[in-house]
Design a protein around this ligand. Structure first.
Ligand SMILES: Nc1nc2c(ncn2[C@@H]2O[C@H](COP(=O)(O)OP(=O)(O)OP(=O)(O)O)[C@@H](O)[C@H]2O)c(=O)[nH]1
Ligand SMILES: [Mg+2]
Length: 449
């Protein structure tokens, strides 16, 4: 148990109707009780709210509501007190100062959640989900984050580790398989297929993590094309707002203009770029370089062409540059000439000026990212970059273990790789103790014998 009592303002900085000052630790209740006039907080029941006043040196500071939560059924598993005071910056800080004088110390960013983790109330993936909930930008990303907080990622990882433990146990007790008189046979017939099944499970999780990332962070979408084709007009039409400057002058957009929209739960992070052409204007040139860089970084390219104009060499070059990307070709200015002179696989006809065809475009994007994933809400996706990196590391250890078996190395060699995969998966949930493998392994032996 951590004995220091920490305190901090939990609500956003700035003025609001209410601010919440939160304390966690052994002395939380005692400290607040010293400056609170109302009920005796040391005597009240847990999970109750009390009206009263904060006083300091007999001076009234604020009229407040104090919630008392006694350990262990709290977020940090320690005693927690929350003071709801008026939402002025000064008053909340004043109360905090008084709490420090009375013995609390300032909580570092994230320290309440860190304590919840250190005290075993939540695992690391749940702690990370708290941040994801705070940062959620859509219903889908919120529901994904809630699944994480509920422990779904934790359970996924624990399941993988259980599989791994079974394999390691098999190796440890290989003497129990008299039908295999040599170790090579045991590894090929029993161990290897089990590792391969586990590899498949992890590969599957990694390949689907892309959806998780998209749900969480949105799709980075670059609007690309020659000058004057209507890129900024398209951005404005999608945003339903005149955000980017539109003129008939070629080279209007020089810097990047950004905005986000929510398409049926998928967030599109739109980036309008400078029209790409040969230019001697130094500012425009830099803009064009940025546009080219955006093509590299983007997960979706909206490639804008004028419907009624033949392709120029620049168009051809840009089309080639974006060929390997997820791309939609947008044939704009259909109000000027309806006749189609271009044919592309993924294309949609619009008029950014008159805002026609925008729905078709939006539906096409939705299909692109959501089709085949109708159960997106029912599934758990790994979306956290740290988790994905660790899964990849674990996968590599598993590949190594199969390699060692194929090379007919002594059984301890693949076992080392398996143990390393076990440790790597443990890092995802914050279980880094080396003893836990032994504990669980022995528990398994006891069960079986
Ligand atoms: N008739 C018609 N004009 C359009 C349409 N979309 C855009 N325009 C016009 O085309 C001109 C250029 O539009 P922008 O949106 O600034 O084009 P851009 O691709 O952002 O141009 P740069 O920033 O210079 O690269 C403006 O005069 C727009 O009003 C359309 O659908 N129909
Ligand atoms: Mg523009």
């Amino acid at each position: 148990m951590i004995s220091e009592t920490i305190a901090q303002i939990s609500t956003a900085a700035g003025q609001g109707a209410i601010s919440i000052v939160r304390l966690s630790g052994e002395s939380s209740i005692k400290i607040v009780n010293k400056v609170f006039k109302g009920s005796n907080l040391e005597k009240v029941k847990s999970h109750t709210v009390h009206y009263g006043n904060i006083f300091y040196n007999d001076n009234p500071i604020d009229e407040v509501l104090v919630s008392v939560f006694r350990a262990p059924r709290t977020f940090t598993t320690e005693d927690i007190v929350e003071i709801n005071c008026h939402g002025g910056v000064f008053v909340a800080n004043k109360i905090l100062e008084i709490l420090f004088i009375e013995g609390a110390r300032s909580a570092k960013p994230g320290e309440f959640t860190e304590r919840a983790f250190l005290n075993g109330r939540i695992d690391l993936t749940q702690a990370e989900s708290v941040m994801d909930i705070i940062e959620a930008k859509s219903n889908l990303s919120l529901s994904l984050a809630n699944k994480g907080l509920d422990g779904e990622i934790y359970r996924l990882i624990v399941d993988l580790r259980t599989d791994l433990l079974n394999i390691i146990a098999h190796i440890e007790v290989n003497i129990d398989y008299p039908e295999y008189d040599d170790v090579i046979e045991l590894s090929n017939n029993i161990i290897k297929p089990q590792i391969e099944a586990l590899i498949e499970k992890i590969q599957n999780l990694i390949s689907k993590s892309n959806y998780g990332k998209i749900i969480k962070d949105g799709v980075k979408t670059a609007i690309i094309g020659r000058p004057n084709v209507g890129k900024s007009s398209l951005l404005n039409a999608l945003l339903r707002e005149d955000k980017a400057i539109v003129t008939e002058i070629k080279g209007t957009t020089r810097d990047i203009v950004e905005g986000s929209i929510n398409l049926g739960g998928i967030i599109l992070n739109l980036i309008d770029t400078a029209g790409i052409r040969e230019s001697s204007d130094i500012i425009e040139k830099i803009g064009i370089e940025k546009a080219k860089q955006m093509i590299e970084e983007a997960e979706l390219i909206l490639f804008v062409l004028e419907n009624n104009q033949v392709l120029t060499r620049e168009d051809e070059a840009l089309l080639e540059l974006t060929e390997h990307k997820k791309r939609i070709v947008i044939l704009n200015k259909t109000d000027l000439n309806k006749e189609l002179i271009h044919k592309f696989k993924n294309s949609v006809q619009i008029s950014a000026l008159h805002k026609t065809g925008i729905n078709d475009l939006e539906n096409m994007i939705k299909d692109m990212f959501l089709s085949g994933e109708v159960n997106i809400i029912d599934q758990t996706y790994i979306s956290n970059a740290r988790h994905i990196a660790k899964l990849n590391d674990a996968l590599n250890s598993l590949y190594d273990s199969v390699g060692a078996i194929n090379d007919q190395l002594p059984i301890d060699f693949p076992e080392i790789d398996l143990k390393s995969a076990w440790a790597t998966l443990g890092e995802i949930i914050g279980d880094t103790s080396t003893t836990s493998l032994l504990d669980e392994l022995f528990a398994k032996f006891c069960l079986g014998k």
